[in-house]
Design a protein around this ligand. Sequence first.
Ligand code: FE2
Length: 384
Amino acid sequence: MLDRICAGDVPRKHHLQLRGAGGELRHEECFTRDGFDGPYTILYHLRRPHTHRLAPAEHGWRAPEPAGARPLAKRHYESGKLAARGGPQIDARVALLFNDDVIAGVAFPTAEDPVYVADGDADQLIYIHRGGGLVRSVLGDLPFAQGDYVFVPRGLLHRFLPDAAAQHWLWLSLAGGVHVPRQWRNEVGQLRMDAPYSHRDFKRTQFVGPLDEGIRRLVVRRAGAWHGFALADSPLDAVGWDGTVYPWAFPILSFQPRVSSVHLPPTWHGTFAARGALICSFVPRPVDFHPEAIPCPYPHSSTHCDEIIFYCDGNFTSRQGVGAGSISHHPMGMPHGPHPGAYEGSIGTTRTDELAVMADTFAPLSATPAALAIEDAGYQDSFV
Ligand SMILES: [Fe+2]
């Protein structure tokens, strides 16, 4: 959640009457998180926002299921080889790795969502590896582009409208909620001067006012299943809102990396946090500058984290055999590190042009059958 936005018509005090030019009473909706303890947004609708009739759920991505017990091993999934492509993102998402906190997958959507969507289970954080488009919600329109993280809060009615470009998304469904790491905020919630990004770096939803797209269906994900509802009117009927809960986008290249004389741990690349996960951005930067520095990451036994890295672009100094769209999964329980030769070979280098998104999860991840279908079977032994 970011700073407060106020858009359109709102009364001078919350919970007071708001009326249209002809005296029509507007209908308040308090969109709250963590019960009534957390961040919130208050909307004002033309009509009552809670008039949904039951209907079939005709859309929704498939809930992840484990592929079954497998040996503990370092894994590499080539997401670009996924066969399932096309359609709206609500159907096109394919889950690859998951635990109770996180579902990670990819999608290659080619069409607009034909229904409105509300995810009652999790916040959505989508990294746009290729493509762009718009998220349209009851709060307004949010354009996004290649290289953006796109955030959609849990429970918010919205739909995705990808543009004509080829799309390749990494999506993370984060049940515990996405937030800015606490160390990047000061005591009033403002992003600190020494945070790796500022308020100005975020693209925010632009309010457009009541809109009727002719869509009268809504699907809601709850407890992993999709539920359908029919609407009598357009739900995009807000005349105004204020609050801190809204979709936003953050360009990964706006992340300001840190460099030290010796190698800094991934926490310095921490971009977004969630229950059970830390999402890090590795962006082009100078590397460690101590005269005896080894710029390549050291082998490590991160005993409490599974690590997944989505390789976006550039030259991945520590890895061989991975390319754009690759996803590595290094599980807790055994050490991992650079490929043969990468550690020594990095000595004396001054820059890296790698671009990658990493998620450390604090519970083990299971792979889905879809992940197994795009697995590089030789990855574990490639470190020998
Ligand atoms: Fe690692």
